[in-house]
Design a protein around this ligand. Sequence first.
Ligand SMILES: Nc1nc2c(ncn2[C@@H]2O[C@H](COP(=O)(O)OP(=O)(O)OP(=O)(O)O)[C@@H](O)[C@H]2O)c(=O)[nH]1
Ligand SMILES: [Mg+2]
Length: 211
Amino acid sequence: MQAANKEHLYKLLVIGDLGVGKTSIIKRYVHQNFSSHYRATIGVDFALKVLHWDPDTVVRLQLWDIAGQERFGNMTRVYYREAMGAFIVFDVTRPATFEAVTKWKNDLDSKLSLPNGKPVSVVLLANKCDQGKDVLLNNGLKMDQFCKEHGFVGWFETSAKENINIDEASRCLVKHILANECELMESIEPDVVKPHLTPPRALSCSSCAKS
Ligand SMILES: Nc1nc2c(ncn2[C@@H]2O[C@H](COP(=O)(O)OP(=O)(O)OP(=O)(O)O)[C@@H](O)[C@H]2O)c(=O)[nH]1
Ligand SMILES: [Mg+2]
């Protein structure tokens, strides 16, 4: 296979309350397995997922699995640094974890933004949808409105247990990150190549090429 000529590496955050399924979603996405045994994450765990985005683009995702117990503490600023996007996860069987979504989003937006000052792209995950949709049934129709009001680029009902919508949610987030990166690149004056920038060919990105 011809070597990809565009490589991207993005740090992604996975945040949300205790026990909503952050670690399980990452385990399903990266290792294709699931365990019903709950072992709370301490601090932060890491995982790497490589996507062959298109024939000449490879996207490497560095996933930061942040413990729910970190709950907008002062460590989150350290964990959030230089991330390009995030998943905020709640548990559809526990309404309180949905209430916490706005707190996580506000914490993220108060501590992290893109170099142009815009908020990073965030996709909302309504996890454990294999276990019923209590929260969604009450809010299902309003989820699109909720996402618009709180600045989420999309939302998905997911299940780490049944492997539902996790790939789709990741593609949605990466698509928005690529578009953001393109906008950032375009905002850099084309005739002023800053010394730390890599050679011009890396300045283009697939979504720009498509636009
Ligand atoms: N039925 C079902 N159970 C799930 C799903 N995702 C996670 N679980 C279970 O929920 C519990 C918590 O999952 P974790 O992935 O450890 O949750 P977490 O968000 O990483 O929790 P912290 O690390 O404490 O923040 C475990 O018992 C999982 O098996 C799912 O999609 N469906
Ligand atoms: Mg965990």
